[in-house]
Ligand binder design. Sequence first.
Ligand code: FES
Length: 79
Amino acid sequence: MLRELKVTGRASSKSWSYTIEDSDLDKSLLDYLSACGLPIASSCSGVGKCKKCAFNGCLLSCVEKVSDWLGKEIYFDYL
Ligand code: FES
């Protein structure tokens, strides 16, 4: 099964897709996407306080896991 994460940036109208390895499944979206080079905003180091890492409106990428978002729409307004 192909495990893919797709991300859209609404500000830039760009999209990115990533093939997910087993070792990535338990990572937060913030950690994974930041490691891939996307500039996901954060000023609380991923502890869920600053809300700057929000995606799909108001979900927190530092809380949500990669495994729960495979094949689903993910967008960041400011990317
Ligand atoms: S990084 Fe601060 S709330 Fe997610």
